[in-house]
Design a protein around this ligand. Structure first.
Ligand code: SAH
Length: 367
């Protein structure tokens, strides 16, 4: 049993079952035993690999996308370039390198990172040494006196969720309790929940929906700043337009695991509900929900991949081509990962993003 399991079991024995959100928060960010708080989980030695760790091309394409959005908004002389959950700092380093040829962009930017893990903050400081970086202790601490250009890759999926199962007269919440001396999920009695009224049309008894108060709380200050000062928010993550079913999962050593077996030792995530992000940012307009592969291709990744391939041979060329495939192909990250861009009304969308027209026609069982 992990040290954190012991602590959580004591707490549940005293205070009763805890929400999934409370459980996830402790598992990921508990200061002594939390998964992110105590390690670098990324890369082949860790539990998972993210797009910027797969290839520099990901950050290069998105850096140019941000720079073009900045130019399209009149190249403001001072702006905040921000990233929540920057992992090892790789994405920001690639964005910075890719944009050095954009006149005035670096001189106008101040860099702001939001990171809950001290271990990862240290890594970010090393990766981004020499850049004008500072860390904010939360979204409310982002500057509000200049346009905000924000990018979040695989950040929102790490935020705590609550899960509800529809019942004839309300919703039963999934909570974490004790059974046979172990942490086990259970369901509360059903209660009506006004916050889930909008899900009554597309769910039936027994269906599970997920909500994230933390995701909405992160979006609100972002939206306020962009509405008041301009800028853009790019959110890239795996998920759907609406939460659908149980997507809570644990990864340990690159393999799926029981999320209740080793609290603090596994990465816990849930698919992102992009509609919920949009509902938390009513002052902004958003793009169509765009598959990652389509976005990267619209931004020119094919030409960039071909260019990089020219100077590679042998196994370096093979791994470059494999990385390109992994980022863009529908059977890999190309479709499951999606991107949504937010801007103030009457502001052009960043390149690669089409205007919103209708919710994507996704079946529930895509999840
Ligand atoms: N964006 C990076 C890393 C993704 S992993 C990449 O694409 O490689 C998730 C990141 O979010 C980690 O840096 C983790 O420490 C951070 N994180 C998770 N929950 C957080 C929270 N509540 N507040 C701030 N950072 C958080």
């Amino acid at each position: 049993m992990t040290a954190l399991a012991k602590l959580l079991m004591q707490r549940i024995a005293l205070a009763g079952p805890m929400s999934l959100a409370e459980y996830m928060t402790d598992c990921l960010l508990h200061s002594e035993h939390g998964y992110y708080a105590t390690r670098d989980p990324l890369g082949t030695a860790g539990d998972f690999t993210t797009a910027p760790e797969i290839s520099q091309m990901f950050g290069e394409m998105l850096g140019l996308c941000l720079a073009q959005a900045w130019l399209d908004q009149g190249a403001p002389a001072r702006f905040a370039l921000a990233e929540p959950g920057p992992g090892r700092g790789t994405l920001m380093a690639d964005i910075w390198r890719a944009t050095r040829g954009v006149p005035g962009f670096h001189a106008a930017a101040t860099l702001h990172l939001i990171e809950g893990s001290p271990v990862l903050r240290d890594l970010q400081a090393k990766t981004l040494a020499g850049l004008p970086v500072s860390w904010c202790d939360g979204f409310d601490a982002l500057p509000d006196d200049r346009p905000l250009f924000l990018i979040a890759n695989e950040f929102f999926d790490a935020l705590p969720i609550r899960q509800f199962q529809r019942a004839p007269h309300g919703w039963r919440e999934m909570v974490v309790g004790l059974k046979d001396g172990a942490l086990r999920p259970g369901l509360t009695e059903a209660v009506p929940l006004a916050d889930l009224d909008h899900r009554l049309d597309d769910t039936q008894d027994g269906d599970v929906v997920e909500t994230s108060a933390a995701a909405a709380a992160a979006m609100q200050p972002i939206a306020e700043r962009i509405a008041a000062q301009g800028g853009v928010a790019l959110v890239i993550d795996y998920g759907h337009w609406r939460s659908r079913g149980d997507t809570f999962q644990a990864l340990e050593n690159h393999a799926y695991a029981d999320p209740f077996a080793h609290p603090g030792l596994a990465d816990l995530t849930a698919h992102v509900d992009f509609e919920a992000l949009a509902r938390a940012a009513p002052q902004l307009v958003h793009s169509a929900l765009t598959p990652q592969g389509d976005l990267l291709k619209a931004l020119g990744i094919e030409a960039r991949a071909a260019r990089l391939a020219q100077s590679l041979t042998g196994s370096a060329l093979d791994s470059h081509l494999a990385a390109y495939h992994r980022l863009t192909d529908a059977t890999e990250m190309g479709t499951l990962f999606k991107a949504l861009a937010f801007v103030a009304p009457d502001t052009p969308l960043p390149p690669g993003f089409a205007p919103w027209s209708a919710p994507p026609n996704e079946a529930w069982n895509d999840a």
